[in-house]
Design a protein around this ligand. Structure first.
Ligand code: IYR
Length: 233
């Protein structure tokens, strides 16, 4: 059966990608990888403004993510309001104080030591934008009922990855910040109970004196294992 005679319940349309010559395809892959390999998570931001269009473009990129049953279970809430940012900082620091100072955290302390993070989250005031990705476990439908969404974390995680990549390609830095617990973000940003905060992204240019910890990426041989069919003899 060819695509044109395949019966459909829902409208379909033809789709093709340009068939790149192999060398061109690999060249683009190399270029894309080299670009992404320059990305680092940043905790020291410049207060310089970032145009709202950059945030819109990054969310347009995120919004192309594949999602379970195409339910697109994300909302991105962006604020450049200094008062809102400060309320978020104060609430995040309160959670983080509990995390760093009050809980028993031997495992965490070991895992996080290299990052030298602490309960102070100045970047939440300094970065010109805070963007919070919310995950919708359910989506309210126009008839007032709730649609159950599938693979919500996977879908929103992929969308966040595209968001991060889009920011990077625009020369902008971010941090995947997850104050724990972060339910306060629903209150401060006035979001419905059908969605939960997923990741808080400060967005801006790196500060002039920004530093990042020296870290290695996992070697390809550890990140990728092939099980290929044996070469013919
Ligand atoms: N939420 C804390 C702790 C923290 C946790 C992980 I996992 C990190 O990669 C970094 C920090 C904080 O933001 O400081």
């Amino acid at each position: 059966m060819t695509s044109s005679t395949r019966p459909h319940q829902h409208p379909f349309e033809p789709y093709a990608l340009p068939r790149l010559p192999v060398e061109e395809s690999l060249r683009r892959g190399e270029e894309f990888f080299q670009e992404l390999d320059q990305r680092r998570s940043v905790r020291w931001f410049s207060p310089d403004p970032v145009p709202v269009e950059a945030i819109e473009l990054a969310v347009r990129a995120a919004n192309t993510a594949p999602s379970g049953a195409h339910q697109q279970p994300w909302t991105f809430v962006a604020t450049d309001d200094p008062d809102l940012k400060h309320r978020i900082r104060l609430a995040a620091e309160e959670e983080e104080r509990r995390f760093y100072l009050e809980r028993e955290l031997p495992d965490w302390h070991g895992a996080l030591a290299r990052l030298e993070t602490d309960e102070h989250k100045e970047f939440l005031d300094v970065a010109p934008w805070l963007v919070v990705a919310f995950a919708q476990k359910h989506t309210p439908l126009p008839d007032g009922t709730l649609q159950k969404n599938y693979y919500v974390s996977e879908s929103v995680g992929i969308a966040c990855g595209l968001f991060i990549a889009a920011l990077h390609t625009m020369g902008l830095a971010t941090l995947t910040h997850t104050p724990n617990p972060m339910a306060f973000l629903s209150q401060v940003l006035d979001r419905p109970a059908t969605e939960r905060p997923f990741i808080l992204f400060p967005v801006g240019y790196p500060a002039d004196d920004c530093e990042v910890p020296v870290l290695d990426r996992k070697p390809l041989a550890e990140a990728l294992t092939f099980r290929r069919r044996p070469a013919p003899r």
